[in-house]
Design a protein around this ligand. Structure first.
Ligand code: MN
Length: 395
């Protein structure tokens, strides 16, 4: 278990000016509040909020967020009250803890109209302060990492299903790719056990036969960049099983035809070098027509930037290459959480900037039947453009 001084050190490592006293107070408050409660693993319950706080320090989040993580289950699961937390830690933290609790209530109630109401409250809290979502996602991530301690397979499947339906799409919406990938891969085997088994077997076989191509591509790219005096880092990562499975299922692509068993990534210093790198690559390997996407000049709504291209590479194999700058790379992986690292910009916490969030709220305001609401939410989060839903409603 992370000890008190260790947590303080973890935060101090990226924010030397942190209010140590406040952090210590939250640590002790939560530890006392949870008392002798235990988790399914047999660990003291307090280890959970502590690990959630730990995940958020990896994202280098501010003191209020870390304090909220420590307290996030106290209103719901202990005798602690909103008023107490407001008095001890301020109104921002109290509101965030309350917002996080609203979504947990949703998980434990089966009454649809109440679920809808709680989800709406959660969205509102998020709209006031996007950090509510960051804490909730870190909370879910830790629960998924420790899911194997839950004995009943039906319960593991239900929680995993919820992760795929609600939390992974929310992570995607705020650009937290890395977190989304981990959530999906943790949930995948519990929701689709047979598909998981067969994909993993097939991937083992395919990777055993293509590992040499990865090395060849990396070597080749490094060579042409150095010949062109371009400083670039080249990585070739395996694609995650769940995203491969989604492509097979939803886009009807066979595993053998997927250009992207590996994701090759070229990371350079700045935007100018991104386009230079693209030119260098296309000069050596022919581009496959129609597959070049420039998300640098046209960023995705969640802020993602990169150039994607597919080329005919070594051994005449199609390979996908993503080109981006170092800063774009951090934003691509951490999304909204990266803003706390790059600028101390408090206004970034304002969820009002997220069009999809405003759209969702608006749909809820006008939804005739709250019982249909959760279905709507799922659909809305899977759509790239929420207006599809609006059109349907106006019919
Ligand atoms: Mn929790």
């Amino acid at each position: 278990m992370i000890r008190q001084f260790e947590l303080v050190d973890m935060v101090k490592a990226y924010d030397p000016d942190i209010d140590e006293m406040r952090l210590n107070r939250a640590y002790v408050f939560s530890m006392k509040a949870h008392g002798l409660q235990k988790r399914a693993s047999g660990d003291p319950y307090f280890s959970h909020p502590l690990e959630v706080a730990g995940i958020l320090t990896e994202m280098q989040l501010d003191c209020d967020t870390i304090v909220t993580a420590l307290l996030h289950d106290t209103i719901e699961d202990t005798v602690a009250t909103y008023e107490q937390i407001e008095e001890l830690f301020g109104v921002d933290v109290a509101k965030m803890v309350d917002g996080v609790s609203k979504l947990s209530e949703l998980e434990y109630t089966s009454e649809t109209s109440k679920q809808a109401e709680n989800f709406r409250k959660f969205l509102l809290a998020m709209s006031n302060d996007i950090r509510v979502l960051l804490v909730k996602l870190a909370d879910r991530l830790h629960n998924m990492r420790t899911l194997h301690f839950i004995k009943k397979p039906e319960k593991r499947a239900r929680i995993s299903r919820e992760t795929l339906d609600i939390y992974a799409p929310l992570a995607e919406r705020i650009g937290m790719q890395e977190l989304m990938n981990e959530l999906e891969d943790l949930a995948f085997p519990h929701v689709y056990p047979e598909a998981y088994e067969s994909i993993m077997k097939r991937l083992d076989y395919l990777y055993a036969n293509t590992e040499n191509i990865r090395d060849e591509v990396i070597k080749e790219l490094e060579k042409i960049f150095s010949e062109n005096f371009l400083e670039a880092e080249v990585v070739g990562r395996r694609k995650q099983p769940y995203s491969i499975w989604k492509k097979i299922t939803y886009r009807n692509v066979s595993l053998e035809n997927q250009a992207d068993l590996f994701a090759f990534r070229v990371i350079v210093d700045d935007v100018e070098d991104c386009y230079k790198a693209l030119g260098v690559i296309h000069n050596v390997w022919p581009a496959v027509p129609g597959l070049l996407k420039d998300y640098i000049s046209m960023p995705k709504p969640n802020g993602y930037q990169s150039i994607h291209t597919v080329v005919i590479g070594p051994q005449r194999k199609r390979i996908e290459v993503q080109i981006r700058s170092t800063e774009m790379d951090v934003i691509a992986e951490k999304g909204v959480a990266a803003h706390w690292r790059y600028k101390n910009n408090a206004s970034k916490k304002d969820g009002v900037h997220y069009q999809w969030l405003q759209d969702l709220l608006e749909i809820l305001e006008h939804a005739a039947d709250p019982e249909e609401f959760l279905e709507h939410t799922k659909i809305a989060m899977y759509q790239n453009q929420v207006f599809v839903l609006r059109q349907r409603e106006s019919l």
